[in-house]
Design a protein around this ligand. Structure first.
Ligand SMILES: [Zn+2]
Length: 400
């Protein structure tokens, strides 16, 4: 077997990994570089996007763009594999934004092996800030490789149960997003965010908002549970509701105390809102309720109008995203805008990526002979293991 990290070895994002034998060539993830939504840098990989012999398959670990942003550029006819719910979420997000989804993937299932040529691939569901995320165990010629994708142990899925399923491997290709040069990072649990939110909601009599990625289903659940516990209506905008409808646990149709609203007069959006029937709610009715509302930067003018109907004094906005995004111009301007209306900002976030202890636990569990760090800016952290394990980051390619 041969492993080649085409991209994403010494950086966070842009992941493209090849694992091949003499007969079969597979790609794991086709990410774009972070902060490259418009001017995309296409790496040259023969046969993947352009000229040359097609790959036998491309496996996508999860729907974050730094892992699958180049999906639509893959050479036509190349089989693509991903999780079924992950794909539904991609479809919902693309439909709202009028972006065509021009791929029709084959769906894999948790712990169910797939054979392609002389290689066996077993996807293992893991917890991450993207719903329906997977690690991949790849077996060929008597060797085992585990590629982690992105993972964490502080979500609602049991990390211990995942470790029980994973075998010992020859090579571990692991993410190291949070590994810091200065100190050990310890993530707080997603469940704890619920308690924090409930406490804060009880301290504020005004309206409550949450700024988060609609695709972070775990956070959506956290927000919903906190709203329910404090008798607030949970308000999902049309985009969030479209995504949430793919997942039974957060589907607004299955939840009490949830309503769907639109923020513009777009005819198509209005038609879509009508499909929610009794769940839809308008501004005037919202202004008379106690609620927790999902918001995005683009909602400034909507919130201005809502504020004409209702004071935002003693309101709270939960900031449920990575703090780095606060440097973004539009985000900065939104947060200033909402603060000027009397709303306090409270961070409600925990990482979607493995903390130090989680990476250590995985290594202790799968006992690799070789570690290839990816998705990290601190690959030297793995030198802690260099006396027992061959740590490879000087080369992007190994044969085994
Ligand atoms: Zn991710």
């Amino acid at each position: 077997m041969k492993i080649t990290i085409h991209r994403g070895q010494h950086q966070i994002g842009g992941s493209i990994i090849e694992i091949s034998t003499n007969h079969t060539r597979l790609i794991f993830d086709v990410g774009i570089n972070l902060n490259e939504e418009t001017d995309i840098e296409m790496p040259y990989i023969e046969g993947l996007f352009s000229n040359g012999k097609k790959y036998d398959a491309v496996f996508i670990s999860h729907y974050h763009s730094d892992h699958m942003g180049l999906l639509s550029h893959i050479k036509r006819g190349t089989p693509i594999y991903m999780g079924k719910t992950a794909f539904k979420i991609i479809e919902a997000s693309s439909a709202y934004r009028n972006i065509p989804v021009n791929v029709s993937p084959t769906f894999y299932n948790d712990s169910t092996p797939i054979t392609i040529g002389d290689m066996k691939i077993v996807p293992y569901r893991c917890d991450h800030s993207a719903y329906d995320s997977y690690m991949f165990l790849v077996e060929a010629n008597g060797k085992k490789v585990l590629y982690t994708g992105d993972y964490r142990a502080n979500g609602r899925q049991s990390f211990e149960a995942l470790l029980e399923k994973l075998p010992e491997v020859d090579v571990l290709i692991t993410e190291g997003t949070t590994l810091s040069r200065e100190s050990n990072i310890k993530n707080i649990k997603e469940d704890l965010l619920e308690d924090i939110a409930i406490k804060e909601l009880n301290r504020h009599s005004g309206p409550a908002f949450i700024m988060m990625s609609a695709m972070n289903i775990d956070r959506l659940k956290t927000a919903y549970n906190a709203a329910k516990a404090t008798n607030r209506l949970f308000l999902e905008d049309l985009y969030t509701a479209g995504i949430a409808s793919s997942i039974p646990e957060v589907n607004p149709a299955n939840l009490e105390n949830t309503r769907v609203f639109i923020t513009d007069g777009n005819q198509k959006h209005y038609g879509k809102l009508n499909e929610y029937g009794r769940l839809k709610i308008g501004k005037y009715e919202i202004s008379k309720q106690k609620y927790l509302m999902c918001v995005r930067q683009s909602m400034k003018s909507y919130l201005k109008k809502l504020n004409e109907l209702q004071s935002f004094e003693d309101g709270i906005l939960f900031y449920g995203m990575w703090k780095g995004y606060q440097e973004d111009k539009d985000m900065k301007s939104f947060l200033e805008f909402i603060q000027n209306l009397g709303v306090k900002i409270h961070t409600l976030h925990t990482s979607g990526h493995a903390d130090t202890e989680t990476v250590e636990k995985l290594i202790a569990d799968v006992k690799p002979k070789v570690i290839m760090p990816v998705h990290t800016e601190n690959e030297q952290w793995f030198d802690n293991y260099k006396n027992e394990i061959n740590v490879v980051y000087q080369n992007n390619c190994i044969d085994l």
